[in-house]
Design a protein. Structure first.
Length: 243
């Protein structure tokens, strides 16, 4: 009887482990269910395939892959490589984007959406609204609540309070866009809602310094971009499903 019980327990444990391994994919991989639902990886964990520097193409830069992480080498490390924001080769309109990120102490970075890549537009942020990434010891955290992680940078404080993980731990973020309506999530909390097609949005732009950039916030389709800034930032598990 004891042998039969042990065999039964072993069988149940095996089933649980199998189910768990199917539901929780390895880093930078998709589960069977995610593949079925139409998710695709934007970062393979090994190369920068599918990405390039904004307005500069595929040239060596401060962006690198190390131990399955997409990293931006911080300033002051002696690197002579090219700086710039990293953008997707493809453009997207209606999508659900999920990604994980960790940032250095006092770090500041972001993810831009609807980026229009043209030679007459100097940077990604001159056209693309930003999902802010910020470590709480950064000066901006207390100086301006509209610049905290999960915010639509410079436009509104977090809709619901969301806390970032301690330095060195991975945060989970999500950006959804459907017909110009966006939602930002940080560690499972809805932090931003905005309709980019409304007159209200245009008025908001006019009340900020972005009013000086004619292309800012007008597109509802474009590249995604990762911001190159002064402190180190790392990404992984970048995955997207087009709606």
């Amino acid at each position: 009887m004891r042998l039969l019980a042990l065999m039964a327990y072993a069988s149940i444990a095996s089933l649980i482990l199998t189910a768990f391994s199917e539901d929780v994919p390895a880093v930078n991989q998709l589960s069977a269910q995610e593949k079925k639902e139409g998710w695709k990886l934007l970062f393979d964990g090994k190369t920068l395939q599918g990405w390039h520097l904004y307005n500069q193409g595929n040239k060596p830069s401060v962006w690198r892959v190390d131990k399955g992480e997409l990293q931006c080498v911080p300033n002051g490390t002696g690197s002579t490589l090219e700086h710039g924001d990293l953008v997707t080769d493809q453009t997207y309109s209606n999508f659900d984007l999920k990604f994980e990120w960790k940032i250095s102490k006092a770090g500041n970075s972001g993810v831009f959406i609807n980026v229009v890549e043209r030679k007459d537009i100097p940077t990604a942020w001159a056209s693309g609204p930003e999902y802010q990434l910020l470590e709480p010891s950064h000066y901006d955290y207390n100086a301006d609540p509209k610049k905290r992680a999960g915010c639509l940078y410079g436009f509104a404080p977090q809709k619901n309070e969301a806390v970032t993980k301690p330095v060195g731990e991975w945060n989970q973020s999500e950006i959804k866009q459907k017909n110009g309506k966006i939602e930002f999530y940080l560690n499972g909390v809805l932090t931003t809602e905005q309709d980019l097609t409304t007159s209200e949005w245009k008025q908001k732009i006019k009340s900020t310094n972005f009013q000086h950039f004619p292309a800012f916030g007008k597109a509802t389709k474009g590249h995604l971009a990762l911001q190159d800034w002064m402190q180190g930032i790392s990404f992984r598990n970048l995955k997207l499903k087009e709606e």
